[in-house]
Design a protein around this ligand. Structure first.
Ligand code: IMP
Length: 430
């Protein structure tokens, strides 16, 4: 029997707490695949023995016994970061021997990191607020067909040739436009050939491996990084990342066909956060915002930057359900709202005097959107001990049910605390 591929995505601007779901699916999944993004992502995984791990590039499955972690073709890999992450786990007694890296994934090169930083500086107040890891320039080169891929590490002659070609142009830009030092081809080739030796055992034809795994009845989890509103096509462009975190991107970034996707799980925070620049209609600058940031510990895992915080936006939630085909919502961090007298939900926007219920068509309109709120009553009780829906205070139940009806997808799990067990499961995820 052919078993399913399950997609797991963030429904807002990232940092929704996707690790919770990976935990809940745990032993039932044979393969965990990352299909886009790079080391701009960050998730903290707490293993059953209470150990805490911060991962940026490795799929969370690397910590699940018996699970094969896969870095798919859609990911951009900074090999230095990947090797450091592998070594960091090895030091703590965890082996990455099952890890598979797609030969078709693109590499982040020194010129990508250099350009990410200088371009952001050059943009000034129009900057995106990138993580500065070279993600955008690496994807730019991929699409411009001058990217360097993992498989190029296996052919030193080709690696040098491709790098010479691309640096001929990039060095002109770095030196003449941005007044930086040129990058030396020989030094980069030498550095990357050393990485090649370390990564060689993991490089594989991952689309073939995954296709066979599905034929053999294995369950494959496709784990998105970033989130729907950071998608280069469906997000708040240009304040987005340069890949496709939405469910459609899971097929492109892994080589698994759409007909094999059986379920899309969307993770959505009980309020909203965003790192970096760009429009954010429900953003808060008052005491409520301070409460959410403080109680929710809203700092970026990768950059340590404080996250911007705001009320739950059901327009965004509904949009994410539609674009991704979300079958199950997982609402995280409900506990953070405890103690607030009112918990408003944004149910629509007012744009230049007009009421709208869906995401505005244009960037200009979205920048002008002011939220229309429905005020729900809050609750004071600590919800961390709740394990069934009935254990939640009545007002918390109403809040979750309102999210469900406004977004148009069932809420299957509610996170009530940071711990692995701190969840209310209304419908098992698989
Ligand atoms: P880049 O992905 O580094 O190019 O950054 C582009 C935008 O995506 C910036 O606003 C970043 O803050 C945001 N971003 C990238 N990765 C994450 C993430 O894992 N969580 C939240 N925001 C992210």
């Amino acid at each position: 029997m052919e078993m399913p591929a399950i997609v797991l995505i963030g429904a807002q601007w990232g940092d929704e707490g996707k690790g919770k779901v990976t935990d809940l699916l745990g032993g039932q999944v044979g393969y965990v695949v990352r299909y886009q993004g790079g080391n701009n992502a960050g998730h903290t995984v707490i293993t059953p023995d209470g150990q805490k791990y911060a991962l940026h590039l490795l799929p969370s499955g690397v910590l699940t016994p018996g699970c094969t972690p896969v870095i798919g073709n859609g990911v951009v890999i900074d090999p230095k970061v990947l090797i450091a992450e592998i070594d960091g786990l090895a030091e703590r007694g965890l082996s990455c021997e099952r890890l598979l890296i797609s030969a078709d994934a693109h590499l982040i090169m020194p010129h990508h990191r250099a350009l990410d930083r200088v371009v952001e500086r050059y943009l000034g107040s129009a900057r995106i607020g990138t993580t500065g890891r070279g993600i955008g320039p690496a994807y730019g080169d991929k699409v411009a067909r001058v990217g360097i891929r993992v498989q190029d590490l296996l052919d030193p002659g080709i690696l040098r040739k491709k790098l010479e070609m691309v640096l001929r142009e990039k060095n002109q830009v770095l030196v003449k436009v941005y007044n930086r030092k040129a990058i030396d081809v020989g030094a980069v080739v030498e550095e990357y050939l050393a990485y090649a030796e370390r990564l060689r055992p993991y490089i594989a034809d991952t689309r073939l491996v995954l296709g066979r795994a599905l034929e053999n009845g294995e369950t494959v989890l496709l784990e998105g990084a970033q989130a729907t509103l950071l998608d280069v096509d469906h997000g708040t462009y240009p304040f987005v990342t340069s890949s496709s975190p939405t469910a459609g991107g899971a097929c492109v970034g892994s080589g698994i066909p759409p007909t094999r996707i059986s379920q899309v799980i969307g993770v959505i925070k009980a309020y909203t956060t965003r790192v970096g620049a760009g429009p954010f209609p429900t953003e808060l600058f008052d005491d409520n915002g301070t409460h959410l940031a403080k109680v929710g510990v809203e700092f970026g895992t990768t950059t340590g930057r404080p996250r911007r915080v705001g009320w739950f936006d059901a327009v965004v939630g509904r949009y994410a359900v539609r674009v991704n085909g979300i079958s199950d919502l997982v609402v995280t961090k409900l506990d953070v709202l405890s103690g607030l007298p009112k918990v408003p939900i944004c149910v629509g926007y007012e744009v230049d005097g007009q009421r709208v219920d869906e995401m505005p068509m244009t960037q200009t309109a979205f920048h002008h959107a002011t939220p229309v709120y429905e005020e729900l009553d809050g609750w004071w009780e600590d919800v961390a001990k709740a394990r069934s829906f009935a254990d939640l205070p009545l007002n918390a139940q109403r809040y979750v049910e309102r999210i469900e009806s406004l977004c148009g997808a069932r809420v299957s799990v509610v996170g009530v605390g940071p711990g692995r067990e701190e969840n209310v499961v209304r419908h098992p995820l698989v």
